[in-house]
Design a protein around this ligand. Structure first.
Ligand code: FUL
Ligand code: CA
Length: 490
């Protein structure tokens, strides 16, 4: 009997513990399509470089016909390490190179054509720009991607089924011989006049069916399982629908991708995406630092201003897009001084603008944040203010509208804090859920509306004139319970 009693004595506290411990709260269910791990890693790169450098650099035009003799390609001081250094210092994470543009000239010694660097005077035909840049990227800790133009104005078979074998053979070379390729860029521009092996004629293709894209995609994934395929239709990422570097305020990372193909006429819909999209295909904003994609000496004085580039950054990365900023490498084979200087300034501006998140961390104002609703353990509001994109604040099922409030600690001055930027990030592993938000600032004890918006997605940045605030409140409206990974205040 005593033996029994004593065992009850030990069991009781354990039983009590069980009774009091709250059951773990399950995470919200995903809403709609969600990104793959590769798409998530890609989006986190945020800011990448495009490099247009090829035959057109030496003919000083944008689109070569395909009849240019390889002898024309002759950079005098090509240095891919200089490109990589400039990009790295600007805060970019990867570089995509025009390995072959519409004129068909190849920057690598392809085994399938004579129209390449191997027949150029550069390095006596022993050079390989793809090799040099992929090596430089490795050295500088950048990812490397390739642009391979589907349209080829040099190739005799363009427009016939035989050309697709050639195209895929080239893709195989690029995706096999140069290490990891993070992005493969398929331009929508194709079909029209060209040299075509001497035929000098106009060749139109059925853009939707000619290329048999499913087969090409399969090849890409077979050789580079983590590559992001860029095209108007994705599937990895999509064109934003313009070449000026601006996403729209509303930017869904989902589209009904079956309605698009590279070069499809409905491309304007790509700008906003589709709220009811069937596939996760986030937007990439490609834009050149100069008026042209290729280098033209007369544009040395037309490099975009720091103000313009900063605006582009805020309207691409700051609107749920990835910024792919093009550098037209010059005839020496270098990023021109004017572009390099501007890029350095841009990098410094971005770093400075986001140097000090006053909401983050145990000492930050976020410590005092409060939410109108919290889902429970593991989903508290503090998760939105910890600087960790993998933790998030979520509300209870059914609570699709919720607000978060941050009070700023009394500083010197009169307990006021000056802010000019707000960064909002959804936890997109669970889909894109927020459809609207409003921002209020507490000024002299009263809440004043200062901004509002629609989608957030991976990242939304708001800029406002510097203002003194005592607190900030953000109201979120979700299509499902909001999952907010980060709120940053600068
Ligand atoms: C366009 C091309 O036609 C341009 O030459 C450039 O490569 C740009 C990135 O895409 O569609
Ligand atoms: Ca977090």
């Amino acid at each position: 009997m005593t033996k029994h009693l004593s065992s009850i004595k030990y069991l009781l506290p354990l039983l009590l513990l069980f009774a009091c411990a709250k059951p773990p709260v399950p995470p919200p269910t995903p809403y709609g399509p969600v990104p793959s791990d590769a798409q998530l890693a890609w989006q986190q790169m945020e800011f990448n470089a495009f490099v247009h450098f090829n035959m057109n650099t030496f003919t000083n035009i944008e689109w070569g016909m395909g009849s240019e003799p390889p002898s024309t390609f002759n950079p005098t001081a090509l240095d891919c390490r200089q490109w990589a250094k400039v990009c790295k210092e600007a805060g970019m994470k990867g570089i995509i190179l025009t390995a072959k543009h519409h004129d068909g000239f190849c920057l690598w010694p392809s085994a399938y054509t004579e129209h390449s660097v191997k027949n150029s005077p550069w390095k006596d035909g022993k050079g390989d720009v793809v090799r040099e840049l992929s090596d430089a990227c490795k050295e500088y800790g950048l990812k490397f991607g390739v642009y391979l133009s589907p349209w080829d104005r040099n190739h005799a078979d363009y427009g016939k089924p035989e050309y697709l074998t050639y195209f895929r053979n080239q893709l195989r070379e690029l995706l096999t011989n140069y290490g990891e390729i993070f992005e493969v860029w398929f331009d929508g521009a194709n079909g029209g006049d060209g040299y075509y092996g001497g035929a000098n004629e106009k060749r139109e293709v059925d853009r939707q069916n000619y290329y048999d894209w499913p087969t090409t995609r399969k090849l890409v994934y077979e050789l580079q399982p983590n590559a992001i395929i860029f095209s108007d239709a994705g599937p990895g990422c999509r064109w934003v629908g313009n070449e000026n570097g601006y996403a729209e305020e509303t930017n869904w990372s989902t589209i009904r991708s079956a309605e698009f193909y590279p070069g499809s006429p409905n491309y304007k819909e790509l700008t906003k995406g589709h709220a009811d999209g069937t596939d996760w295909v986030p937007a990439e904003c490609d834009v050149s630092i100069r008026p042209g994609w290729y280098y033209h000496p007369e544009q040395d004085t037309a490099v975009k201003s720091l103000e313009k580039l900063t605006d582009i950054y805020y309207n691409s990365v700051g609107r749920n897009g990835l910024l792919l900023l093009n550098l037209p490498v010059d005839t020496r084979g270098l990023v021109h001084e004017a572009d390099a200087t501007r890029l350095k300034e841009l990098g410094e501006t971005i770093r400075r603008d986001f140097a000090n998140n006053i909401a983050e961390g145990p000492k930050g104002a976020g410590k005092k944040a409060a939410a109108s609703n919290e889902r429970g353990q593991g989903f508290e509001v503090k998760n939105a203010l910890d600087g960790n994109p993998e933790t998030y604040w979520a509300t209870a099922d059914g609570t699709n509208s919720a607000s978060l409030e941050i009070d700023f600690p009394k500083g010197a001055g009169a307990g006021k804090t000056t802010i000019s930027r707000l960064v909002l990030q959804e936890y997109i592993r669970l889909g894109q859920r927020v459809s609207g938000f409003k921002v209020f600032a507490k000024q002299n004890g009263k809440w004043q509306p200062i901004a509002e918006g629609t989608t957030i997605g991976y990242k939304r940045i708001l800029r406002f004139d510097p203002q003194e605030v005592e607190g900030l409140k953000i109201e979120f409206e979700g299509r499902a319970v909001p999952c907010i990974a980060e709120v940053g205040v600068y």
